[in-house]
Design a protein around this ligand. Structure first.
Ligand SMILES: Cc1cc2nc3c(=O)[nH]c(=O)nc-3n(C[C@H](O)[C@H](O)[C@H](O)COP(=O)(O)OP(=O)(O)OC[C@H]3O[C@@H](n4cnc5c(N)ncnc54)[C@H](O)[C@@H]3O)c2cc1C
Length: 385
């Protein structure tokens, strides 16, 4: 009989898992609580390890066509006045294949690609639907949905993000924790001559500039913000402009043009740290629901796609489902924990507001930054199982 999976949450993890499982013949129902496809967050980076997973899912070329590839993998660091400080290069090779080292893409464009594949594969998508109750039995899951229906399935994937309802139902003690950082993002028209990934650093502040399509780029700035800080949406543009006003050079034209009409997004960054296992009987958490990370390494999305690809590969191997889930829960936590730890360290060093300490960090970066990039990606490759 055709095995059946219910995927809760149609973000990166849920859409990719739905594609991976539909490709190997599972009957897939994907439910999403939003009543229409709409995705917050201006843009996202995908590095070579994430693109390798998109390749495995059969969607990489469309992603690259929809986004803005940085073909040489160059990451340009600038001082606050815009003068050059350092360059690093991201690798293109992952698991023997070469792909674009860095892709910037609008999240909505990424989802357009994924949703096209979902419909081609015949995945049943129910928008405006969530899970109300679930009974995780040893050999099946019985889920009561908000549309009044009941789904009995072999496997249920909780891909419902940081505030996962599935996690709350089965692991009520696990709570997201605030990282101490706020991220401010805005979208702008891309001048034709701005085709680099740029990072600017000042004491306690970072500001990035990244093309996300032929016509657009996005700014993303990180800054320590007190826990519980709340800002009225109509003030976001002014607050972003003033928080990052020290950055001039290429950033000035974008910061100075921010108005209440601009596309600005503020996010208080949270993490989910869960030792594992990430499954209880036939209910498995994937993506941010299990391992949300701070965004400093730009790896949360890649980890979500990897979860999907690894799960699909294990299921295709013919192992019994319980062994697949055990193997998944052994394979995935080490790499996700590694990403969380490195990202946390990068966040802490970038938050250093003491000018002398900040200067010392920049000094050390000059001699170590490239090696750190190389070591990070080598370790991601080693830990990817
Ligand atoms: C500021 C910031 C910048 C980032 N930048 C990058 C980057 O450049 N590169 C990168 O790789 N990663 C980045 N990340 C991380 C990345 O966004 C996440 O890791 C990734 O989106 C996780 O995908 P997900 O599908 O697990 O969760 P989500 O994207 O949160 O998706 C969860 C989905 O589930 C739905 N849902 C929630 N609750 C329910 C429910 N009860 N029932 C049904 N549906 C539900 C939600 O509506 C949503 O559609 C960033 C994160 C932040 C905060």
């Amino acid at each position: 009989m055709t095995p059946r999976v219910l995927v809760v949450g149609a973000g990166i993890a849920g859409c990719c898992a739905a594609i991976a499982l539909a490709r190997i013949g599972w009957a897939v129902t994907l439910i999403e609580k939003q009543s229409a496809w709409q995705f917050q967050s201006s843009g996202i980076f995908v590095y070579s390890n994430g693109l390798a997973q998109f390749r495995a899912l059969g969607v990489m070329d469309e992603m690259v066509a929809a986004g803005f590839p940085i073909a040489d993998g160059r990451n340009v660091y600038l001082n606050p006045d815009g003068s050059p400080f350092l360059e690093t290069f991201y690798p293109s090779r992952f698991e023997g294949n070469h792909q674009v080292p860095i892709l910037g893409i609008r999240r909505a464009d990424m989802h357009r690609v994924l949703s096209r594949h979902l419909s081609e594969l015949g995945v049943e998508v129910r928008l405006g639907c969530t899970v109300e109750q679930l009974d995780a039995l040893p050999a099946r899951v019985d889920a009561q949905l908000s549309d009044g229906s009941r789904v009995v399935c072999d496997l249920l994937l909780g891909a419902d993000g940081i505030r996962s309802r599935v996690r709350q139902l089965l692991w009520p003690d696990i709570e997201p924790r605030y990282s101490g950082f706020g991220v401010w993002r805005s979208v702008h028209q891309r001048p034709a001559d701005l085709a680099d990934k740029i990072m600017m650093m000042a004491p306690g502040l970072r500001l990035g500039i990244m093309p996300i399509s032929q016509s657009q780029l996005y700014l993303f700035g990180t800054v320590p913000e007190p826990a519980g800080a709340w800002f009225a949406r109509e003030d976001w543009a002014d607050l972003m402009r003033s928080r990052f006003a020290v950055f001039r050079g290429p950033a000035a034209q974008f910061l100075d043009q921010l108005t209440a009409q601009s596309e600005v997004l503020y996010t208080a960054v949270e993490e989910v740290v869960m030792a594992g296992p990430w499954h209880h009987h036939r209910v498995l958490l994937i993506g941010d629901a299990a391992h949300a990370s701070t965004p400093f390494m730009g790896q949360g999305g890649a980890m979500a796609v990897q979860d999907a690809v690894v799960l699909g590969r294990l299921l295709a191997s013919g192992l019994p489902l319980d062994s697949v889930l055990d193997r998944f829960s052994e394979a995935r936590p080490p790499i996700c924990r590694f990403v969380q730890e490195v990202s946390r360290q990068v966040g802490v060093s970038g938050a250093q507001s003491d000018a002398l300490e900040h200067a010392r960090i920049l000094d050390a970066m000059r001699s170590t930054a490239q090696q750190r990039v190389d070591d990070f990606y080598a370790q991601l490759e080693r830990l990817h199982r």
